[in-house]
Ligand binder design. Structure first.
Ligand SMILES: Cc1ncc(COP(=O)(O)O)c(C=O)c1O
Length: 378
């Protein structure tokens, strides 16, 4: 049937579609392979914790009842751990969903929202969707530029700092975030996206809860998708002054986190062994991958997260495509306008060894296949 159709909001025309990392299922089907190593979406390679499995099974009998829309128990537990009150927390369907709530609650059309570049692409998309204006401040030496961010914040409604930053893995230290907060007007909402904070091993990494006590315009975002291994269940939360949390509660869905997700999040919070094993695996894997990239002659950035950004010095999308044939998923940097770079999630020791071997073989082939520049080597 043809004919006129309802027209979506004008803001949608400015949106670039979010392209998620490839799924293991898609790659298995396409290449007829049975094992895929997925290092493209910064997930926890250790998989499901047994404690979470038991909690999920226990909650199955109650899924005909709506969940607790306020995530009361989870907020109480988080409050206890961080020495805050449950009123300091808003839990939603992943940090992505929390970000949407932040936008709905705080960004009017025409408001400026300062972000880094390159960083997590969802921030710019969210601002555009709401008719707000994303102001992209280039990173300096691969890190958020505090001075330039402060300058841009002068005319802004909100600033989003991704710390550690995706895709660079770089992180601002406590004193740098403190300086940022001290120099930005208190009317500006400062959002610190700490999706990767639990992986950080720099002792100078910000104590954001301490900063929150002194700066009521600060909001910190955390997720259960990364070190807690629950990306498939979708649980993330904001920590902020109760007045700010109140605004998020006004715009969030009535039941943003389902029963299973709440049960899993509560269970994994107690699972110290799983979190410790995840951290240790990452610390060792990060060193091993960094060493292997250096061995392959590839430049890479130091990381405070569970991934490494590496310069493949050839079109990374092509390399990523060839790795798919070998059952390895990584994330090429085109979406961040870094076409020769790729972001590789740190896996288990066996996965890391496999990705390095596959990469070495692909690089060898692309090197050989590359046409020589006329006049010899450059
Ligand atoms: C910086 C950053 N923030 C937020 C998210 C999304 O987190 P969630 O899975 O909780 O929605 C991601 C996911 O990769 C991320 O990289």
């Amino acid at each position: 049937m043809t004919g006129p159709l309802p027209r979506p909001r004008g803001a949608l025309a400015a949106l670039e579609p979010y392209i998620p990392g490839r799924s293991a299922e898609e790659v298995m089907e396409r290449f007829h392979i049975r094992t895929v190593i997925k290092l493209g979406s910064n997930e926890n390679p250790l998989g499901l914790s047994p404690r979470v499995r038991r909690a999920l099974i226990r909650s199955l009998d109650r899924i005909h009842h709506y969940p607790d829309g306020d995530c009361t128990r989870l907020r109480e537990r988080l409050a206890e751990r961080l020495g805050l009150s449950p009123g300091h927390f808003c839990v939603a369907n992943g940090v992505d969903n929390v970000l949407t709530c932040v936008g709905l609650a705080y960004l009017d059309a025409g408001d400026r929202c300062v972000v880094g570049a390159p960083t997590y692409t969802a921030y710019v998309g969210l601002a555009r969707l709401l008719g707000a204006i994303p102001v992209e401040v280039p990173l300096r030496d691969w890190r958020y530029d505090v001075q330039a961010t402060v300058a841009a914040a002068a005319g802004a409604k909100a600033v989003i700092v991704c710390n550690p930053n995706n895709p660079t893995g770089s992180a601002l230290r406590h004193d740098e975030v403190q300086e940022l907060l001290e120099r930005i007007r208190p009317e500006v909402l400062v959002v610190l996206d700490e999706a990767y904070a639990e992986w950080a091993d720099d002792p100078g990494f910000p104590d954001s809860v301490a900063l929150l006590r002194r700066h009521p315009n600060l909001m910190v975002l955390r997720t259960f998708s990364k070190i807690y291994g629950l990306a498939g269940l979708r649980v993330g939360y904001a920590i902020a002054a109760p007045e700010i949390i109140g605004a998020l509660n006004q715009v969030r869905e009535p039941f943003p986190v389902d029963r299973l997700a709440q049960a899993a999040a509560e269970a994994v919070l107690d699972d110290k062994a799983y979190v410790r094993a995840s951290f240790e695996n990452n610390r060792r894997g990060k060193a091993a991958l960094a060493k292997a990239f250096t061995g392959l002659g590839l430049r890479h950035l130091p990381s405070q997260a569970n991934f490494i950004l590496v310069n493949l010095e050839r079109p990374a999308a092509e390399v990523a495509e060839r790795l798919l044939e070998r059952g390895v998923i990584i994330r090429p940097g085109g979406m961040w306008k870094l076409p020769t770079w790729a972001r590789v999630t740190i896996g288990t020791p066996a996965q890391n060894a496999h990705v390095v071997a596959a990469l070495a073989s692909v690089l060898e082939k692309t090197r050989r296949g590359r046409p020589r520049a006329r006049g010899g080597r450059r």
